[in-house]
Design a protein around this ligand. Structure first.
Ligand SMILES: Cc1cc2nc3c(=O)[nH]c(=O)nc-3n(C[C@H](O)[C@H](O)[C@H](O)COP(=O)(O)O)c2cc1C
Length: 137
């Protein structure tokens, strides 16, 4: 497929980890891969693939309190960037993905996503994320 065009071809779709990236490159002969949903809630996944396929430095995958701090920083940045109303809505999908990564129990997840204020979100998130290790791919 790559030989049919003169621009670099990037493979994507259902690439989530080093194994699926390697497979997509082998099957397509593409110049690179792009990862969308596979990085949601686990942004280090891009560096992890680059590490395994291209020898880039291995990413530190934050665990426990470090993961909470990473997510809290992202949450606050979204509120600052978009403003409280829109930022709260944009943040909900990201917080959901982060909680997916930690297999947060559904009742707690619901509480986080319907909490009445940023302070309440952060307090509940601490319980949702700090005590659960992300599931590394
Ligand atoms: C949150 C999100 C937003 C996306 N926005 C666009 C977009 O604006 N334009 C587009 O062509 N594709 C968009 N896509 C599709 C992705 O570029 C990609 O083709 C698709 O997600 C399949 O790759 P994946 O399996 O790695 O997610 C989006 C995908 C996601 C998950």
């Amino acid at each position: 497929m790559r030989d049919a065009v003169t621009v670099p071809v990037i493979a994507n779709g259902d690439i989530t980890d080093p194994a699926t990236a390697r497979q997509a490159l082998a099957q397509s002969g593409a110049s690179g891969v792009m990862i969308g949903r596979g990085a949601q809630g686990r942004p280090w996944q891009l560096a992890l693939v680059a590490h395994h396929l291209y020898g880039a430095p291995a990413p530190a995958i934050p665990q426990g309190l470090d993961f909470y701090h990473m997510v809290a920083t992202h949450y606050e940045a979204m509120l600052t960037f978009y403003g409280g109303d829109l930022g709260g809505k944009v943040a909900r999908k990201h917080l959901g993905w982060y909680m997916d990564t930690c297999a947060t129990p559904s009742a707690l997840r619901q509480q986080v996503l319907t909490a009445p204020s940023p302070a309440a979100v952060l307090r509940l998130l601490h319980g949702a994320l700090a005590e659960h290790a992300p599931v590394a791919a």
